[in-house]
Design a protein. Structure first.
Length: 138
């Protein structure tokens, strides 16, 4: 199993209003489609998939949003690629272990980009950042 790359096809960052009160941030990632891609990278022959995804950060109540869409290029042996594609075409599902690997890779890419984009749009970070807790002296 090899992830050859993750590329964005769409990035939307929209700030709708001035921040007032408490803001709730909801992050979501989903796989929107999987299709086979022909790859000729030498021997042994390996097959590939384009795995399309969508990542959203919604700032509520209706304050802002970030949307990232893209494609991951994945390569594996012919049997594994056929099994993944068959499961996806049948009922839009993936084996749990494979899905966890794919979602984690997408989250790593998108969370870092969302952190940078939130700074540029002057939005609160979409992921919790570490904070030092001050202990009271007794």
């Amino acid at each position: 199993m090899t992830i050859l790359g993750i590329n964005f096809t769409k990035i939307i960052v929209e700030r709708k209003d001035v921040m007032k009160g408490k803001i709730n941030i909801a992050n979501n990632v989903s796989i929107t489609d999987i299709d086979k891609v022909d790859m000729d990278l030498g021997a042994p022959k390996r097959d590939g998939l384009n795995i399309r995804f969508k990542f959203t950060s919604l700032y509520e109540p209706d304050f802002a949003q970030m949307i990232f869409e893209g494609v991951m290029v994945y390569m594996d042996d012919e049997k594994k690629v056929k099994d993944i594609l068959k499961d996806w075409k049948k009922d839009k599902k993936m084996e749990k272990e494979f899905m966890a690997t794919i979602i984690n890779a997408v989250l790593n890419k998108c969370n870092i980009e969302a952190l940078f984009m939130s700074r540029e749009a002057n939005l609160p970070s979409p992921i919790p950042l570490p904070k030092i807790q001050q202990q009271s002296s007794q």
